[in-house]
Design a protein around this ligand. Structure first.
Ligand SMILES: Cc1cc2nc3c(=O)[nH]c(=O)nc-3n(C[C@H](O)[C@H](O)[C@H](O)COP(=O)(O)O)c2cc1C
Length: 195
């Protein structure tokens, strides 16, 4: 970082800005598998996220093929139960099964509202660390908070206690078929500078 300058002119600063901007959500993945070693490395990096009182409130569940099958089937059941649409249920199950990698990220619950907010924020930071690290390896993610992430059957399936834990995101990951484009509001619209 010796050449980093506050005006953003240094190579490292430009590079990190480019990388953060280039990370994209996708739901279209190639069949190619992502190594578990890469995911373990990404989790090791993810946990360096800021966390107030050093609570380290996150937990990661890297799903294997049996659990993935069960989760895809649960997604289909949820569609049937909420929409009563068998075709859509089948489509959603097939689409879930096409996701090469599944990583569930949870947060510890807290009685204390402020601590709960702070812990949730930390887990979100950890997920961003993870997705940025993976993007560097050309692995894209889709962070989902769909119904399955709040369904008690998911908790039973993975032996997670819903009294003490909630799901922050189900992260589907893989090598992307395509990456969509995105835009953001101008910085001037979201920044207030005061005297
Ligand atoms: C907390 C959170 C929950 C999300 N849940 C979903 C979801 O349930 N379904 C979905 O399609 N995308 C979900 N996303 C992904 C967003 O739609 C995506 O980040 C957004 O479209 C911006 O795209 P980008 O990530 O490429 O910048 C979620 C993102 C976050 C941060």
């Amino acid at each position: 970082m010796s050449e980093s300058l506050p005006d953003g002119e240094s190579r490292n600063l430009r590079l990190i800005g480019e990388r953060i901007r280039a990370r994209r959500t996708t739901k279209l993945f190639l069949k190619q598998e992502v190594s578990r070693e890469l995911i373990r490395d990404a989790i090791e990096v993810a946990r360096w996220a800021p966390n107030h009182h050093l609570t380290e409130p996150w937990h990661f569940y890297l799903l294997g093929p049996e659990k993935i099958k069960a989760c895809a089937s649960l997604i289909a059941s949820l569609v049937r139960e909420t929409k009563g649409d068998d075709d859509l249920a089948e489509f959603k199950e097939a689409s879930a099964l096409s996701m090469p990698g599944w990583l569930l990220v949870t947060c510890e619950k807290s009685e204390d509202e402020l601590r709960q907010r702070e812990d949730y924020a930390s887990v979100c930071c950890a997920i961003q660390n993870l997705t940025l690290y993976l993007a560097e390896a050309n692995v894209a993610c889709k962070w989902t908070t769909g119904l399955i992430t709040r369904d008690e059957r998911l908790f039973s399936l993975l032996d997670i206690d819903p009294e003490t834990t909630f799901v922050v995101g189900l992260i589907w990951y893989g090598f992307p078929k395509t990456l969509p484009t995105q835009s953001r509001k101008a910085t001037s619209e979201i920044l207030t500078e005061t005297d």
